[in-house]
Design a protein around this ligand. Structure first.
Ligand code: HEM
Length: 146
């Protein structure tokens, strides 16, 4: 069984992404970054991407090509604040699924890493000026250094 099947297949990803976009729609600052008036196409793209990433059908790549997520996010200023908003809505959406803890943790880990990787603005994370300790895996721009 793939991870995709283990967590409940299409229905699970449908519920997850739908709950996530309900959160985005209710968050004016994050919502302002989404170019389209209708969030349904964005919801569909994220759903197809996540299904593919977690071992389901590869409709995303058939329709959109290689994911290249960092490049696709380049037009949007993904600040630390926006990343945190995005994560908050995704974690809340995850809660609605009630998955076995090991599966939930694997998904949260992925979202955490991907969201860090997508930050594309030069900011020093607060508190200003202190920087990250040298042993921190997070660089001065709030992105993992790996
Ligand atoms: C785990 C992290 C994330 C994943 C897996 C993800 C995934 C995606 C995918 C698959 C798309 C559609 C790309 C396409 O085919 O054109 C997309 C679009 C977008 N993402 Fe993300 N994203 C993540 C984090 C973020 C964050 C942190 C922001 C912060 C603002 C963000 C903002 C957007 C916006 C504004 C779009 C354009 C909407 C659209 O037209 O699809 N994303 N993202």
């Amino acid at each position: 069984m793939t991870f995709y099947e283990e967590v409940g297949g299409a229905e699970t990803f449908d519920r997850l992404v739908h709950a996530f976009y309900v959160g985005v729609a209710a968050d004016p600052e994050l919502r302002a970054l989404y170019p389209e008036e209708d969030l349904a196409p964005a919801e569909r793209r994220l759903r197809m991407f996540l299904e593919q990433y977690f071992g389901g059908p590869n409709a995303y790549s058939q329709e959109r090509g290689h994911p290249r997520l960092r490049m696709r996010h380049a037009p949007f200023p993904v600040t630390l604040d926006m990343r945190d908003r995005w994560m908050r809505h995704m974690l809340a959406a995850m809660e609605t699924l009630d998955l076995p803890e090991a599966h939930a943790e694997a998904m949260r880990d992925y979202f955490m890493r991907a969201a860090h990787m997508l930050v594309n603005t030069d900011e020093t994370p607060p508190p200003a000026g202190t920087g990250a300790p040298s042993s921190s895996p997070v660089g001065p721009e709030g992105r993992p250094t790996l």
